[in-house]
Design a protein around this ligand. Structure first.
Ligand SMILES: Cc1cc2nc3c(=O)[nH]c(=O)nc-3n(C[C@H](O)[C@H](O)[C@H](O)COP(=O)(O)O)c2cc1C
Length: 177
């Protein structure tokens, strides 16, 4: 699948089938994350693959209101972690990059998953200390996001996006109505 097709067709998937994912497919998708760019090429990321249904149910309990049930559907979830100490500390002279680095790698994973016919859904509504405790994640690692990974059991409509004219300026900042 062409990259633009992946970008166009990817959706956040919240319902999954039980169909297992072949190991080589999982490996290709994770490898797409490994190849992502990061500040000073520090690669301050770790991806935890969770296959255990019991563990994924426990992860759901770590989400806000225990509502992100898509994490326990299908056969697998990923927990994306970033190292806040061993990442570039001064982006723009004000920002640590671990969350940016991990987000880019996870988006690589999500687009590769889409190319493989798999679904993902960025989960940001979780209680980080609870996830760290559940999975024994030490400091200075932070949990940036989680996602289910599996074969979609739904085909959501495109949610729409702001038009380019509203989000792009040329040469300098422009106020947009
Ligand atoms: C930073 C971030 C946090 C998100 N958190 C959640 C979440 O906690 N639960 C959820 O179901 N979707 C979550 N999403 C998915 C968005 O709701 C989704 O990307 C958006 O509505 C657009 O839909 P689409 O991905 O199908 O194009 C999150 C997405 C991002 C980028």
């Amino acid at each position: 699948m062409d990259i633009y097709e992946c970008i166009l067709n990817r959706r956040s998937i919240r319902h999954y089938t039980e169909k297992p994912i072949a190991d080589d497919v999982v490996r290709r998708v994770l490898n797409a994350g490994r190849l992502a760019p990061s500040a000073v090429n520090l690669q301050p990321w770790r991806f935890i693959v969770i296959r255990s249904g019991e563990m994924r149910r426990a992860l759901v309990e770590c989400t806000r209101g225990g509502k992100q049930r898509q994490l326990e559907m299908g056969t697998m979830a990923l927990v994306a972690c970033g190292n806040e100490r061993d990442c570039y500390q001064h982006q723009g002279n004000f920002l640590k990059t671990y969350a940016i680095d991990v987000a880019i790698a996870l988006e690589h994973i999500m687009l590769a998953a889409a190319a493989e016919g798999l679904g993902t859904c960025w989960i940001g509504a979780f209680d980080e200390p609870a996830v760290k405790d559940l999975l024994d994640i030490p400091d200075p690692w932070r949990v940036v996001a989680m996602t289910p990974l599996g074969y979609p059991d739904e085909s959501p409509d495109f949610k729409g996006r702001k038009p380019l004219a509203e989000i792009v300026c040329y040469e300098k900042w422009e106020e947009k109505g």
